[in-house]
Ligand binder design. Sequence first.
Ligand code: V0V
Ligand code: CO
Length: 158
Amino acid sequence: MSISVRRPGENDPQVQTTESAQTRPLLTEIDHIAIAVPDLGEAIDYYRETFGAVVDHREVVDSDGVEEALLKVAESYVQLLTPTRDDSTVAKWLEKRGGPGIHHVGYRVTSCAEALDAVKAQGFRVLDEQPRRGSRGTTVAFIHPKDALGTLIELVEE
Ligand code: V0V
Ligand code: CO
């Protein structure tokens, strides 16, 4: 008996490709999962003692009022984040939530400018009109969580 495989949309007039469909995926890899914490030292200890994960990079990002510790997991990172100022949006987020948790997801893209333009062209709100500097010398732009399934998304070009 032969089994025929039909791709979605193939020979199906009901399924049409839309204008917004990308011919090439814009997101190439997961760059980092960011976890906001009130105490960076404690969070680093937790990851080291529980999983043997060690800090690969540490940086204060003044523009965002945060300090990060990056732990490498395969080709991606866990980004432990803590506020450095009371007026940092991460301080506000921790206060509102009442404790640590996943703050955003960073997706790797080939070109931050191209991915940002694609998001803007579809009418979604962005938090950076232009790509800007992230940590480790990356180029980044954030997309508003209210236009991204409730997840704060960071586009990361290495
Ligand atoms: C806020 N909201 C979130 C959220 N933060 N939803 C999901 N994930 C988050 N992280 C929701 C919040 O519950 C509100 O929903 C609504 O969005 C408006 O939030 P808000 O409390 O009024 O706070 P805002 O507007 O002062 O700030 C929120 C945004 C802000 C997302 C606009 O955090 C921002 O601009 N983020 C981009 C920069 C950033 O996150 N930097 C830190 C990481 P309701 O309650 O109204 O329903 S820096 C970094 O990762 C770097 C440099 C790197 O990786 O290289
Ligand atoms: Co980040």
